[in-house]
Design a protein around this ligand. Structure first.
Ligand code: AMP
Length: 177
Protein backbone atom coordinates (compact mmCIF):
# COMPACT_ATOMS: atom_id res chain seq x y z
CA UNK A 1 0.00 0.00 0.00
CA UNK A 2 1.23 3.44 -0.92
CA UNK A 3 0.06 5.95 1.72
CA UNK A 4 0.63 8.94 -0.56
CA UNK A 5 -1.52 7.39 -3.30
CA UNK A 6 -4.23 6.57 -0.78
CA UNK A 7 -4.26 10.18 0.48
CA UNK A 8 -4.54 11.48 -3.07
CA UNK A 9 -7.35 9.05 -3.82
CA UNK A 10 -9.19 10.07 -0.65
CA UNK A 11 -8.84 13.75 -1.50
CA UNK A 12 -10.39 13.10 -4.93
CA UNK A 13 -13.56 11.41 -3.64
CA UNK A 14 -16.38 13.97 -3.84
CA UNK A 15 -19.10 14.05 -1.18
CA UNK A 16 -22.51 14.72 -2.72
CA UNK A 17 -25.08 15.53 -0.07
CA UNK A 18 -28.66 14.26 -0.19
CA UNK A 19 -28.10 11.98 -3.20
CA UNK A 20 -29.94 9.82 -4.22
CA UNK A 21 -32.20 10.72 -1.30
CA UNK A 22 -32.22 13.15 1.64
CA UNK A 23 -29.76 12.24 4.39
CA UNK A 24 -27.40 10.18 2.19
CA UNK A 25 -23.86 11.43 1.55
CA UNK A 26 -22.96 9.86 -1.79
CA UNK A 27 -19.27 9.10 -2.32
CA UNK A 28 -18.68 10.12 -5.95
CA UNK A 29 -15.66 8.34 -7.39
CA UNK A 30 -15.95 9.82 -10.92
CA UNK A 31 -13.08 12.32 -10.25
CA UNK A 32 -10.81 9.28 -9.71
CA UNK A 33 -11.98 7.68 -12.96
CA UNK A 34 -11.49 10.94 -14.85
CA UNK A 35 -7.78 11.11 -13.93
CA UNK A 36 -5.54 8.62 -15.72
CA UNK A 37 -3.05 8.84 -12.86
CA UNK A 38 -5.58 8.34 -10.04
CA UNK A 39 -7.48 5.59 -11.86
CA UNK A 40 -4.21 3.70 -12.32
CA UNK A 41 -3.26 4.37 -8.67
CA UNK A 42 -6.61 2.93 -7.55
CA UNK A 43 -6.05 -0.22 -9.62
CA UNK A 44 -2.48 -0.47 -8.25
CA UNK A 45 -3.87 -0.41 -4.70
CA UNK A 46 -6.54 -3.04 -5.42
CA UNK A 47 -3.81 -5.24 -6.95
CA UNK A 48 -1.60 -4.72 -3.86
CA UNK A 49 -4.55 -5.75 -1.66
CA UNK A 50 -5.06 -8.94 -3.70
CA UNK A 51 -1.48 -9.75 -2.77
CA UNK A 52 -0.51 -13.37 -3.23
CA UNK A 53 -4.05 -14.60 -3.86
CA UNK A 54 -4.23 -16.11 -7.33
CA UNK A 55 -7.84 -15.78 -8.50
CA UNK A 56 -9.16 -17.62 -11.56
CA UNK A 57 -11.69 -14.81 -12.11
CA UNK A 58 -12.67 -11.37 -10.88
CA UNK A 59 -16.33 -10.79 -10.00
CA UNK A 60 -17.52 -7.15 -10.11
CA UNK A 61 -20.76 -5.75 -8.72
CA UNK A 62 -23.12 -3.56 -10.80
CA UNK A 63 -22.17 -0.86 -11.73
CA UNK A 64 -19.01 0.79 -10.41
CA UNK A 65 -17.60 -2.61 -9.46
CA UNK A 66 -17.55 -3.30 -13.22
CA UNK A 67 -15.24 -0.37 -13.90
CA UNK A 68 -12.63 -1.29 -11.28
CA UNK A 69 -13.16 -5.05 -11.60
CA UNK A 70 -12.66 -5.13 -15.37
CA UNK A 71 -9.43 -3.12 -15.13
CA UNK A 72 -8.16 -5.44 -12.35
CA UNK A 73 -9.05 -8.55 -14.42
CA UNK A 74 -7.18 -7.13 -17.40
CA UNK A 75 -4.15 -6.33 -15.23
CA UNK A 76 -4.11 -9.92 -13.87
CA UNK A 77 -4.89 -11.52 -17.22
CA UNK A 78 -7.98 -13.33 -15.87
CA UNK A 79 -11.67 -13.29 -16.83
CA UNK A 80 -14.36 -10.96 -15.48
CA UNK A 81 -17.84 -11.93 -14.23
CA UNK A 82 -20.63 -9.37 -13.67
CA UNK A 83 -23.10 -9.56 -10.78
CA UNK A 84 -26.02 -7.47 -11.99
CA UNK A 85 -29.21 -5.93 -10.74
CA UNK A 86 -32.39 -7.88 -11.43
CA UNK A 87 -33.44 -8.44 -15.04
CA UNK A 88 -30.25 -7.29 -16.78
CA UNK A 89 -28.48 -10.58 -17.52
CA UNK A 90 -29.68 -12.27 -20.73
CA UNK A 91 -29.15 -15.98 -19.97
CA UNK A 92 -30.21 -18.31 -17.12
CA UNK A 93 -29.51 -16.66 -13.81
CA UNK A 94 -29.08 -17.48 -10.16
CA UNK A 95 -30.33 -14.70 -7.88
CA UNK A 96 -30.39 -13.52 -4.29
CA UNK A 97 -32.55 -10.99 -2.50
CA UNK A 98 -31.40 -8.87 0.39
CA UNK A 99 -32.79 -6.03 2.49
CA UNK A 100 -31.96 -2.42 2.01
CA UNK A 101 -32.60 0.29 4.57
CA UNK A 102 -36.06 0.57 2.98
CA UNK A 103 -37.33 -2.39 1.00
CA UNK A 104 -35.62 -5.20 -0.88
CA UNK A 105 -33.05 -5.54 -3.65
CA UNK A 106 -32.08 -8.43 -5.88
CA UNK A 107 -28.83 -9.31 -7.64
CA UNK A 108 -28.14 -12.01 -10.22
CA UNK A 109 -25.28 -13.94 -11.77
CA UNK A 110 -25.27 -16.21 -14.83
CA UNK A 111 -25.67 -19.82 -13.72
CA UNK A 112 -22.51 -20.94 -15.53
CA UNK A 113 -20.42 -17.87 -14.68
CA UNK A 114 -18.49 -19.49 -11.82
CA UNK A 115 -17.50 -23.15 -12.16
CA UNK A 116 -17.37 -25.34 -9.05
CA UNK A 117 -13.98 -24.97 -7.38
CA UNK A 118 -13.11 -21.70 -9.14
CA UNK A 119 -11.38 -19.12 -6.95
CA UNK A 120 -12.57 -15.55 -7.33
CA UNK A 121 -11.93 -12.09 -5.93
CA UNK A 122 -15.06 -9.98 -5.43
CA UNK A 123 -14.78 -6.26 -6.21
CA UNK A 124 -17.02 -3.27 -5.56
CA UNK A 125 -16.36 0.44 -5.17
CA UNK A 126 -18.00 0.87 -1.77
CA UNK A 127 -19.03 -1.13 1.29
CA UNK A 128 -22.04 0.47 3.01
CA UNK A 129 -24.43 -1.89 4.83
CA UNK A 130 -22.83 -4.95 3.24
CA UNK A 131 -26.14 -6.25 1.86
CA UNK A 132 -25.05 -6.18 -1.79
CA UNK A 133 -21.63 -7.74 -1.27
CA UNK A 134 -23.10 -10.33 1.13
CA UNK A 135 -25.66 -11.37 -1.50
CA UNK A 136 -22.96 -11.54 -4.23
CA UNK A 137 -20.79 -13.67 -1.94
CA UNK A 138 -23.72 -16.06 -1.39
CA UNK A 139 -24.35 -16.36 -5.13
CA UNK A 140 -20.73 -17.28 -5.85
CA UNK A 141 -20.62 -19.83 -3.03
CA UNK A 142 -23.94 -21.36 -4.11
CA UNK A 143 -22.45 -21.92 -7.59
CA UNK A 144 -19.53 -23.74 -5.92
CA UNK A 145 -16.97 -20.94 -6.19
CA UNK A 146 -14.53 -19.92 -3.50
CA UNK A 147 -14.22 -16.22 -2.65
CA UNK A 148 -10.57 -15.52 -1.80
CA UNK A 149 -11.21 -11.94 -0.73
CA UNK A 150 -13.63 -9.05 -0.96
CA UNK A 151 -12.12 -5.69 -1.89
CA UNK A 152 -13.58 -2.20 -1.82
CA UNK A 153 -12.14 1.18 -2.64
CA UNK A 154 -14.25 2.79 0.12
CA UNK A 155 -15.73 1.50 3.37
CA UNK A 156 -18.31 3.47 5.35
CA UNK A 157 -17.15 1.89 8.60
CA UNK A 158 -19.75 3.70 10.71
CA UNK A 159 -22.40 1.51 9.03
CA UNK A 160 -20.63 -1.66 10.20
CA UNK A 161 -21.35 -3.48 6.92
CA UNK A 162 -18.86 -6.20 7.84
CA UNK A 163 -21.48 -7.67 10.18
CA UNK A 164 -23.39 -8.78 7.05
CA UNK A 165 -20.31 -10.45 5.53
CA UNK A 166 -18.74 -13.81 6.26
CA UNK A 167 -15.92 -13.13 8.78
CA UNK A 168 -14.04 -16.12 7.32
CA UNK A 169 -13.57 -14.27 4.00
CA UNK A 170 -10.77 -11.69 4.00
CA UNK A 171 -12.37 -8.27 3.52
CA UNK A 172 -10.35 -5.13 2.83
CA UNK A 173 -11.05 -1.55 1.87
CA UNK A 174 -8.49 0.98 0.67
CA UNK A 175 -10.16 4.10 2.14
CA UNK A 176 -12.21 4.18 5.32
CA UNK A 177 -14.70 6.81 6.56
P1 AMP B 1 -24.61 -1.79 0.58
O1 AMP B 1 -25.34 -2.98 0.00
O2 AMP B 1 -25.45 -1.02 1.55
O3 AMP B 1 -23.26 -2.15 1.15
O4 AMP B 1 -24.38 -0.77 -0.61
C1 AMP B 1 -23.37 -0.96 -1.48
C2 AMP B 1 -23.72 -0.55 -2.88
O5 AMP B 1 -24.44 0.67 -2.94
C3 AMP B 1 -22.43 -0.35 -3.64
O6 AMP B 1 -22.55 -0.95 -4.92
C4 AMP B 1 -22.25 1.15 -3.70
O7 AMP B 1 -21.80 1.54 -4.96
C5 AMP B 1 -23.64 1.74 -3.40
N1 AMP B 1 -23.62 2.76 -2.32
C6 AMP B 1 -24.20 2.62 -1.10
N2 AMP B 1 -24.04 3.72 -0.35
C7 AMP B 1 -23.31 4.58 -1.09
C8 AMP B 1 -22.77 5.90 -0.85
N3 AMP B 1 -22.96 6.55 0.30
N4 AMP B 1 -22.04 6.46 -1.84
C9 AMP B 1 -21.82 5.80 -3.01
N5 AMP B 1 -22.31 4.58 -3.29
C10 AMP B 1 -23.04 3.97 -2.35
Amino acid sequence: MNQESLSRLKAAVRDVFDFPKPGIVFKDITPILASGELFRAAIDEYIAAIGDAKPDKIVGIDARGFIFGAAIADRLGVGFIPVRKKGKLPWSTHGASYSLEYGEAHVEIHQDAVRPGERVVLIDDLLATGGTAGAALRLIEELGGEVLCLLFLIELSFLDGRKNLDPAVRTESLLSY
